[in-house]
Design a protein around this ligand. Structure first.
Ligand code: ADP
Length: 198
């Protein structure tokens, strides 16, 4: 039996890809990713949790970026500090709202993951935790989103060898973890190993 809170991980080159059930705000990594909206205005879900736990500093920086750049387009990401969170950076990625799949949602979701990891590497982060972007309020079906998340992360790791020590997908529910657990071997090929990813 897999214990989801301990996670499952697989090595891609020297980089560990982990899936884990947990709360992204408690992850002890260099950078966590937020599922933000394009106005960087804060919201519910993971965004609300990050601002609540991280304190007002993160929103101040978001407001500044929004004032300077007019927000963050869908598929892109911006970086702030992490306030009181254990991480050093919060990467605010904007995933697409699900409209049925014919409005570029798959490419935009892949782009949100890719740009998040690019921002992390640009900041010198070695360990990154990501939530399941777009699959809450934005309504992206979890099985489709998980396949895009894991394959985009795998491709980024392969194209940026040595840039990251760990990429951790943090799933908030048992059922989301179950979907990722099913899809991980299909995307990676071969059997992942259980691990303690604290
Ligand atoms: P979106 O608007 O991009 O859909 P949401 O925040 O509504 O973003 O949901 C994205 C995912 O984040 C959902 O699967 C939700 O269950 C999950 N989530 C909510 N809170 C947390 C948290 N504290 N840590 C990790 N994931 C979370």
């Amino acid at each position: 039996m897999v214990n989801p809170t301990e996670g499952i991980s697989v090595l891609i080159g020297d980089t560990r890809l982990t899936i884990l059930k947990g709360d992204i705000t408690t992850q002890k990594v260099d950078a966590i990713v937020n599922a933000a909206n394009s106005r960087l205005a804060g919201g519910g879900g993971v965004d609300g949790a990050i601002h609540r736990r991280g304190g007002p500093q993160i929103m101040e920086e978001c407001r500044k970026i929004a004032a300077e750049q007019g927000g963050c387009p869908t598929g892109q990401a911006v970086v702030t500090s992490a306030g009181r969170l254990p991480a050093k950076y919060v990467i605010h990625a904007v995933g697409p709202i699900w409209h049925g799949g014919n409005r570029g949602e798959p490419d935009l979701l892949a782009s949100a993951y890719r740009n998040s990891l690019r921002c992390a590497v640009d900041k010198g982060a070695r360990t990154v935790a990501l939530p399941s972007i777009s699959t809450g309020a934005y309504g992206y079906p979890i099985d489709k989103a998980a396949r895009i998340a894991l394959s985009t992360i795998k491709q980024f790791i392969e194209e940026n060898k040595g840039a990251l020590d760990e990429v951790r997908c943090v799933l908030f529910s048992d059922s989301d973890f179950g979907v990722y657990e099913t899809i991980l071997p299909e995307v990676i090929g071969g059997q992942p190993t259980c691990t303690s990813a604290s």
